[in-house]
Design a binder for this molecule. Structure first.
Ligand code: ARG
Length: 577
């Protein structure tokens, strides 16, 4: 536990408890006027019927000597306690944090299993930018949850089942398997899907064939299943190409498509029935959960099985809940899916609770996100008005990054530039997505995301590369400065060390709110604190060897924090730019 705010909260807790007569949160928060402030006296005063400043004083009296940790404690305003740490506490804590592989980030006390459903595109359909967001956000969350010690199970819930497969298979048969595989493998998923749809709509004959094909598929006809596998395999080959370009963790082992739950669907219906929640409504089997209504304010059902016997998207997700709880043993399930599916997941949760599929100690969490917009503030589309092809978008990112890097550092050899351009281009796309509050829409803007100034990937990567080059120029091995004494004589040194210590808090803020932008904001603060440190505190030309070593240690610590932070976001940090 590196975060000094946590340390001081722990230290003050017994004093608060003594005054309160029961456990009481000191409510330690960041402060503009001090290193931190404890706000707990305000709420406590209310319950004790005393003046907050008086309560704050009692707490300080009860706390006794804090001088090994705090240089000053001052009661301010209506009853906050302003806290300033001693330099030696900050220095020793920083050195301790830097000695750990997690840079001081504490592990979860409850390392249970968590599922995280992300990316989840649809077979024989182009991934759209919504899937890009899900992939990038989900991957960052999976990384950070793993980092703090949870047992993370990634799931790529691809849409690989259902009625459209009738028409898709018939279209595949028309084209010939080889030609169809080629088209899909090339990533022309949209062309394939649209053509199948067009035939379905225009030809009665094709429509009949498609319908019969669905029946065969559901009946487990071997030949039909083989065609279906071709569709799935060729599509996932294309998805994997995008995943490789993006550098995300997802592999074929994480595939948990809709088809994987097929065998559970009949059981879902049976169990809903047994639980006494299944009703017949308009010829369909449905469940009504409290609190959901349609536009006319009538109760809104979750449709489980349609009149024709077909199951729904929702039925599969109920099977998914059962699978998470009973097979995977997950205590929490996260679904990284766009905001338009909010009601779907609310209903899945409500019905799961009602039917007893989801025990009280398990959670279901929809991690929703807003849309990607073009510069015209409308849905982000290609120039032709089609969905943007992700593979092409990512190629363009790398090309643009190559140009930006060449301009910034014309001396870099071409071989190295290609690799750096990949890290910068992909990093820029990911960072610009992650740096925005995920629930909001954001505008896709090449120039902004590739800028070397501001809260961008290139800025963070450049700050990191610049530090690496300080060591290169000086011919100093980075690890060699890690045992130096840390001296915090200049306020900029102190501020930087304090910021680095708060990496623990920043990572946990991202975990607690499932919001990657919190970590981005923190990393931007680290880079800014480093910049003002570097402007005011000469490193290689420091006044003495001790100070030089101490400042090199701060440089190394900054670079480690930035590269670790970026790694948690799924972004690489080149050593040269
Ligand atoms: N395939 C769906 C889509 O493209 C997303 C699936 C999300 N996951 C889930 N368990 N429903 O909209």
């Amino acid at each position: 536990m590196a975060d000094p705010l946590l340390s001081v909260a722990e230290r003050l807790a017994p004093a608060f408890a003594a005054v309160a007569g029961t456990a009481c949160d000191p409510v330690v928060r960041p402060s503009d006027r001090a290193d931190a402030q404890a706000n707990g006296a305000l709420a406590l005063a209310k319950s004790l019927g005393l003046q907050p400043r008086e309560v704050a004083q009692k707490v300080l009296d009860a706390a006794g000597d804090l001088s090994d940790m705090l240089a000053s404690t001052e009661i301010a305003g209506p009853g906050f306690i302003n806290l300033v740490f001693t330099d030696s506490f900050i220095a020793s804590q920083t050195l301790q944090a830097l000695n750990t592989s997690t840079l001081g980030v504490h592990a979860t006390p409850t390392p249970h299993t968590i599922t995280i459903d992300y990316s989840s595109p649809n077979v024989a359909k182009e991934m759209h930018v919504g899937h890009l967001r899900s992939t990038v956000i989900g991957d960052a969350l999976a990384r950070v949850l793993d980092f703090v010690g949870y047992n993370v199970v990634r799931e790529n819930h691809i849409g690989d089942w259902g009625t459209p497969f009738g028409m898709l298979i018939e279209h595949l048969i028309d084209l010939g398997e080889e030609a169809a595989a080629h088209e899909l493998g090339m990533g022309d998923l949209n062309g394939f899907y649209k053509e199948a749809r067009r035939k379905f709509e225009e030809s009665e004959d094709f429509k009949t064939r498609a319908r019969l094909r669905v029946v065969k598929l559901q009946g487990g006809d071997e030949e039909t299943l083989n065609y279906w596998r071709t569709l799935v395999n060729e599509s996932t080959r294309y998805f994997n190409k995008v995943y490789t370009q993006l550098g995300v963790l997802l592999t074929d082992d994480d595939l948990m498509g809709e088809s994987a739950y097929n065998n559970l669907l009949a059981e879902v219906v049976e169990r809903l029935n047994k639980a006494g929640v299944l009703e017949v409504n308009d010829g369909a089997e449905v469940v009504f959960a409290d609190g959901f209504t349609n536009r006319d304010n009538e109760p809104l059902p979750l449709i489980i099985r349609k009149g024709d016997g077909g199951y729904n998207y929702a039925t599969t997700d109920l099977a998914c809940v059962i699978d998470h709880v009973e097979r995977v043993g997950a205590k929490a399930s996260y679904y990284v899916v766009g905001a338009p599916q909010a009601q779907h997941f609310q209903m899945i949760e409500a019905v799961s609770r009602k039917a007893g599929f989801l025990p009280d100690d398990c959670t279901l969490n929809h991690i929703q996100f807003g849309s990607v917009l073009g510069s015209d503030r409308k849905m982000f589309k290609s120039r032709s008005g089609d969905n943007v092809k992700l593979a092409e978008l990512l190629d363009e990112a790398i090309e643009r990054a190559a140009a930006a890097v060449a301009e910034k550092n014309p001396e870099m050899p071409a071989s190295e530039r290609a690799d750096v351009a990949r890290m910068v281009g992909i990093g820029a796309v990911k960072y610009s997505d992650l740096a925005n509050d995920r629930v909001k829409d954001y505008i896709f803007d090449w120039d902004r995301m590739l800028a070397f100034e501001g809260n961008t990937a290139p800025y963070m990567q450049y700050a990191h590369a610049r530090i690496c080059s300080i060591f290169r120029r000086a011919g100093v091995e980075r690890a060699s400065v890690r045992s130096a004494q840390l001296q915090l004589n200049d306020p900029r040194e102190r501020a930087l060390a304090f910021r680095i210590l708060r990496f623990d808090a920043a990572v946990w803020e991202m975990v607690d709110t499932m919001s990657p932008h919190k970590l981005c904001t923190y990393l931007f603060d680290v880079a800014s604190d480093f910049t003002s440190f570097y402007e005011h505190c000469p490193v290689l030309k420091a006044e003495s060897e001790e100070i030089r070593q101490s400042r090199l240690l701060l440089c190394d610590a900054t670079a480690r924090t930035i590269s670790q932070g970026l790694a948690l976001l799924g972004i690489e940090a080149p050593e040269q730019m």
